[in-house]
Design a protein around this ligand. Structure first.
Ligand code: HEM
Ligand SMILES: [Cu+2]
Length: 496
């Protein structure tokens, strides 16, 4: 297919002025640069934890839990803001989005981050990013009620920013497509409209993300408020199991939505590197429709150890967990392979990262599915197997999508010579990322618990390998970040 048909094949686009496009580009770059800087810092925090567990660096236990809290909340929040940058950049080409509101969410996010940093470093809050009730309120003196409240408040503020952004996305999608069903491609799926293979995949993904994350964050806001009330009014005691359900519903949906938001980089960019359009189809719509429900229904896999949970919820979660992620993963992976197969794809840092993301996502789901079996979960729950599976698909699946998009903005489509910083960065990141995930999985297989500040003598070798892996990842991201800081701000917008 020639470039011109590829251009016209893309469904109708919103007309913005040149100034509007420039302003939007600046805002997207701000999201990405923030992403790189914070990811780098959080990875240093991760490396510090591994170094502490391997006795290479003395870290007092209380501080370890502050770092753990910082790392968890930091990477998840950054994944949220950076993946929003990716999705927003492409979605605004199809529906009229407000750059002001995009900035507003960014500003609110930073304000929330400052409050959370204060709670951790000044207030010494170390109750984990999952703020499990009643832990924030019973620190036994490690941190004050105010510190816990600041942490919860910071999260609440960040969530509010996202809700506002999603309202704008919802408004824009409705103004263009009339209802979310049409935007998701359901009218085509159910035969009410003829199938249009050029219905943008980004609109489908964006609508799915908007629906699930809006619900997820709203639930998060409810539980955060419940816990804030409890902190200052201890007679108000919410049901602990209910609170855990609400928290994990929110956390599970939020982190999953970052992948579903970032994957639009694959849909949008692989066609540009292979010269073939990405066509949507009934199978594609069906997969995304299914995932709207599945991503919300499987969260009880975080509660397999909670005996009072109703049996039906456990069984549903187990069965759906096998399949959750699979529909979109298969459709996306297969679609990506078909695009790449004998296409003479242009290899550069961006396309390499995007292909890596397909591998990392697919491979990382396997240990997750294993852990979603109740019988296996009894053994692996709370071991390092769990960080093993999620570091796998976050480091090698999610981040490569975000990084790949950044290098597309930075280098455009052209082949040219790849700078050494990018080449070295890529391999250091790849090897380090694999080793990091595998040492976590190996540790889990040997029943080494997660979230332990101090490791027993016989666990130390794993932590040492983990520290080496962390160093490689940090080095890779450092090289990437240097390249991004020096070249991204002035990079012109790539033409399609
Ligand atoms: C150099 C890169 C990284 C290193 C060395 C690293 C290391 C660690 C370590 C040591 C832990 C605690 C494990 C334990 O329970 O003992 C951890 C937890 C975690 N990491 Fe990372 N990590 C890295 C990157 C990332 C990234 C990029 C993400 C997400 C995008 C991420 C998400 C998480 C999450 C969600 C937790 C769980 C926190 C908790 O248990 O409360 N990590 N990481
Ligand atoms: Cu989950």
């Amino acid at each position: 297919m020639s470039a011109t048909t590829l251009d016209t094949a893309v469904s109708k686009r919103v007309d913005y002025s040149e100034a509007e496009n420039q302003a939007a580009l600046v805002a997207v770059k701000a999201h990405l640069i923030t992403g790189f800087l914070v990811f780098l810092l959080m990875m240093l925090a991760g490396a510090a934890m591994r170094a502490a567990q391997s006795n290479m660096m003395p870290v007092e236990a209380g501080l370890f839990y502050q770092i753990l809290t910082l790392h968890g909340v930091g990477v998840v929040g950054t994944a949220g803001i950076a993946s929003t940058g990716v999705l927003w950049y492409f979605l605004r080409q199809y529906v009229p989005l407000s750059t002001k509101i995009f900035w507003l969410n960014f500003g609110v996010f930073l304000a929330g981050v400052v409050i959370i940093l204060g709670s951790i470093f000044i207030g010494k809050y170390g109750g984990g990013w999952t703020f499990l009730y009643p832990l924030p309120g019973i620190s036994l003196g490690a941190w004050s009620t105010g510190a816990a409240a600041a942490f919860l408040l910071g999260l609440l503020i960040i969530g509010t920013g996202f809700l506002i952004l999603y309202l704008d996305m919802g408004r824009a999608i409705l103004s263009q497509y009339g209802n979310f069903g049409r935007a998701l491609g359901l009218t085509q799926l159910f035969g009410k409209e003829p199938v249009n293979p050029y219905h943008p995949a980004t609109v489908v993904a964006g609508t799915m993300v908007l629906i699930v994350n809006f619900i997820g964050i709203a639930v998060g806001a409810v539980v955060l408020v419940m816990m804030l009330v409890n902190l200052y009014n201890p007679e108000f005691k919410p049901d602990a199991l209910l609170v855990k359900n609400l928290i994990y519903f929110f956390g599970h949906v939020f982190i999953n939505a970052t992948i579903y938001a970032s994957v639009v980089a694959v849909y949008e960019l692989l066609p540009r590197y292979t010269g073939r359009p990405y066509k949507t189809s009934k199978v594609f719509y069906a997969a995304w429709f299914a995932i709207v429900f599945m991503v919300m229904a499987v969260y009880p896999h975080h509660l397999f150890m909670d005996a009072p949970m109703p049996m039906w919820a456990m069984i549903t979660a187990q069965v759906l967990s096998y399949g959750s992620g699979i529909p979109v993963l298969v459709v996306t992976g297969y679609g990506a392979l078909m695009l790449v197969y004998r296409s003479g794809i242009q290899w550069n840092t961006a396309s390499k990262l995007l292909i890596l993301s397909m591998f990392g996502w697919a491979a990382g789901v396997i240990p997750a599915i294993i852990d979603a079996m109740v019988s296996v979960n009894r053994v692996l729950h709370n071991t390092l197997w769990v960080p093993g599976h999620f570091h796998f698909y976050l480091l090698l699946g999610l981040l490569p999508m975000i990084f790949g998009f950044t290098f597309y903005l930075l280098n455009g489509k052209k082949e040219g010579k790849t700078p050494l910083t990018e080449k070295l960065g890529f391999y250091s990141y790849l090897i380090g990322g694999l080793l990091l995930a595998l040492t976590f999985l190996g540790s889990g297989a040997h029943s080494i618990p997660r979230r332990w500040a101090v490791h027993m003598e016989e666990w130390v070798p794993y932590a040492q390998w983990g520290t080496l892996a962390a160093t490689l990842v940090v080095l890779g991201v450092l090289l990437f970040t240097i390249r991004v800081l020096t070249a991204l701000p002035k990079a012109p917008e790539p033409s399609v």
